[in-house]
Write a protein that binds this ligand. Sequence first.
Ligand SMILES: [Zn+2]
Length: 222
Amino acid sequence: MSLKSIILLSGGLDSVVALGAYKDEYGIELALTFDYGQKSVKYEIESSQKICKFYNIKHKVIKLDWLKEITNTALVSDSEIPVSSLGTNESAKQVWVPNRNGLFLNIAASFADSYNYNYIIFGANKDEGQTFPDNTETFREKISKVFESSTLVKPKVIAPLINFSKDDIVKIALEHNVPLELVWSCYNNTSKHCGVCESCVHLKNALRHNNADKYLDILFGE
Ligand SMILES: [Zn+2]
C-alpha cells in the first residue's frame, strides 16, 4: 500500500522544510494553509502557493474568519507585533492563537478521513516546543491518539522536525535544496521580512549559524 499524506503549510521555515525533506517518505499530496485574519496571511498564502507549485502538490486555503473574533493575539489584532525578546513567555503569550494547532490538525483529520490520508504532517520544532504546548511531543502523541477514535481512517500525526532546533532545520533545508527564498516566516505584513519579530529573529540567527548569507539577503535585504 502506498502512503499518502496531508501537511499543514504556513509557508514558514518549519512547515516548508517538513514538506521539502519528507515529501517522498510520506507521499505528501495536499497542503492546507489557514487564513484566520493574521497580518501576514497574504504573504503566507503566496509563499505556500509557490512552494506547492515547486513540489508539485495540491494546495488549499481554509478560511477561519471567526477565529479572529475570539482572540486578541497580536498576530491578528491592531496591536503591534512584539519585537523579539527571544522566547520569553510574555512575548509568546502575545502571539498565542487559541488552540491553533489543535484546530488545524482536526481540520486536516477531516480531510484525511474523507480522502484516505495515512499521515498528517506538521512542522513542530524543538525550540517552539519549549514555549508553546501545542508544539510538543506530548501534544502530537495525544492528538494522534484522538484521531484513532474520531476518524475511521485513523491518520497518524507526524512532526518530523520535533527533535530539531531552528539551526538544525536550516541545515536540513540546505541539504535537501529546499527553496528557502520562497519561505515567509515573518509575523508582519511588510514587503520583506521585518527582521525583528520573534519568528524573524530565530530564522535570521539560524541562517547566520549555517552561513546561509544568500538567504539573509533575499529574505531580509541584509
Ligand atoms: Zn518578522
